[in-house]
Ligand binder design. Structure first.
Ligand SMILES: [Zn+2]
Ligand SMILES: [Zn+2]
Length: 535
């Protein structure tokens, strides 16, 4: 009898792992590698089917297929809104009877409460009722609230002397840019691709690492990253006032080699470099937070939580630390803000025409890094880069990320919404984590009237195209009930089994799509490369 030849350990190790091959096959087919299992029951017949849906993760390190689908969807959203020549229609539905009734109740409660307050009487009961009414207003399907939750602190809007004054125009509702007519009579509507960067924190080498780490301003770099989203907000406000129309943008935030965030923007319509320079120079964001120059508590000497009063006390004297509001009130008129964030004076701007190769290239830039964490976009290859990343992370560890940050205790202040278990240097805020580089905001910022569609609308567009292509009936959702399948359930499939199903489905689906494409090849069809996006 012939036995299988003995294999060495090295030979066995060289054989591919079966379960890895399944996963690779799924990924090659563009299918989700960690599908979610749902149980679908047809309500009339009780017929049960297992349905696998994509996990929808946006990081390629978690699920390459879902992340790529999300990226393509973003690119489509960007393309669709950039050169729009008609105003997108976003008219909210009229309020229903029910919604109007809830708001009327809310008005009555407010009037009653204010009357009591004027007379110096207790408003507790009505305040509670108002809270419930606000919840009902939300439940009735209205967006936002009738009043801001708390009156906002008012700071004098006095401009800093070193900021250039900006001409202000009334912003009208127009969102599309100007049309130009060429000498030959052709009309065109150019748009703009802009890149904004942070200022210099010290000279850096080719690899992004500081030439002299001792003089590189890490504190400023950390604070600019923490407040980058707010600064960008100011920039857009200023730009709209300056241009006098409701300018729309699609923006993506990415790290530079020096690990500072920068932002690529597709702007609808165009403005000159000179005007852009003026707006950038006049844009700043002031952070009116308490000073952090003096470290009051450190190491083992930390404020202690007092159960009875719900406050933090000095560990030695037992004195109650100032609250967040007290600390804010302590900022005087003569004081400087903790930080003033600005963009660097260097920026990049180029005009782009609809449908041009330039437009595609820029959309590529805008979506290139979306499937990666900020901190993973540039992996440290040199010792200098690694040391730089560590220094930045160390600085971010003790910078307060928000009014609720645990780090305020280090500077002798109780953070806003104070609670037990806070340790300076161990704040849970994402901005402190290495992979975020201080910027914990959204990676893609899209203005409301960009394409007039949400990401879900764009997704639905693609799905409709695909089901149309395959001649499938649109599923009537009301016919089914859906439940997630949990690990203990008898019909639960482990991930390996799900992946086998996914690969088999893809195989069938691929064949069907090839047929459908052959049938449709004589007709014009939208963007075939979008095919992998609807399953
Ligand atoms: Zn997935
Ligand atoms: Zn924090």
């Amino acid at each position: 009898m012939v036995t299988a030849a003995r294999t060495t350990r090295a030979e066995r190790m060289a054989m591919p792992l079966a379960r890895h091959v399944v996963k690779d096959l799924a990924a090659e087919h563009g299918a989700c590698v960690r599908p979610v299992q749902l149980r679908r029951t047809e309500i009339d017949t009780g017929h049960v089917e297992q349905v696998l849906i994509p996990c929808g993760h946006t990081l390629a390190s978690v699920c390459p297929s879902c992340a790529e689908r999300a990226r393509i969807l973003r690119a489509a959203q960007c393309r669709e809104g950039w050169h729009l020549d008609r105003e997108p229609v976003i008219d909210p539905d009229p309020a229903t009877e029910e919604q109007r009734a809830r708001v009327t109740d809310r008005a009555t409660a407010q009037a009653g409460r204010d009357t009591l307050a004027n007379e110096g009487l207790d408003t507790g009961e009505l305040d509670e009722a108002i809270g419930e009414l606000d919840q009902q207003i939300t439940d009735a399907g209205l967006r936002g609230t009738v009043l801001p939750a708390r009156p906002r602190r008012h700071r004098s809007p006095q401009r800093r002397q070193d900021a250039a004054p900006l001409p202000r125009r009334t912003v009208n509702a127009r969102t599309v840019g100007k049309t130009y007519t060429a000498p030959d009579g052709k009309t065109f509507r150019p748009s703009l691709f802009v890149t904004l960067t942070c200022p210099s924190y010290g000279r850096v080498g080719e690899d992004g690492a500081p030439a002299d780490p001792e003089v590189y301003d890490y504190t400023r770099a950390a604070r600019d990253a923490l407040h980058f989203a707010a600064l960008f907000d100011r920039f857009i406000q200023n730009l709209r006032r300056y241009t006098g129309y409701d300018l729309q943008y699609f923006a993506a935030i990415e790290p530079q080699r020096r690990l500072a965030p920068h932002i690529h923007l597709a702007l609808r319509g165009t403005i000159s470099r000179h005007e852009l320079r003026e707006v950038i120079a006049a844009t700043y964001h002031q952070v009116w937070w308490p000073p952090t120059e003096t470290v009051k508590y450190d190491g083992g000497h930390l404020p202690v939580w007092d159960e009875h009063t719900g406050t933090y006390l000095d560990p030695g004297t037992g004195e109650v630390l100032p609250t967040w509001d007290q600390a804010l009130d302590g900022i005087g008129d003569g004081d400087e803000p903790l930080h003033v964030a600005r963009f660097g004076t260097r920026f990049d701007a180029q005009g782009v025409l609809a449908g041009s190769p330039d437009a595609s290239r820029c959309i590529g830039y805008l979506t290139k890094y979306l499937t990666k964490q900020l901190g993973d976009c540039h992996r440290a290859a040199t010792d200098g880069q690694a040391a730089h990343a560590t220094r930045l992370a160390d600085t971010l560890r003790y910078e307060p990320c928000s009014p609720t940050c645990a780090n305020w205790l280090r500077y002798g202040i109780q953070p806003k919404n104070v609670r037990p278990g806070l340790h300076p240097g161990a704040c849970k805020g994402k901005a402190h984590r290495r992979e975020y580089l201080g910027y914990a905001g959204r990676r893609v910022l899209v203005s409301r009237k960009w394409s007039g569609k949400t990401l879900a609308d764009h997704r639905a567009d693609r799905k409709a195209w695909l089901t149309g292509m395959l001649g499938l009936p649109a599923t009537d959702l009301s016919r089914y009930s859906w439940e997630p399948v949990k690990p203990g359930d008898p019909d639960h499939m482990p991930n390996g089994q799900r992946l086998l199903h996914v690969v088999a489905d893809r195989q069938k689906w691929h064949a069907a799509l090839t047929n459908a494409r052959a049938r449709a090849s004589s007709e014009t069809s939208p963007n075939l490369s979008a095919a992998g996006t609807a399953a």
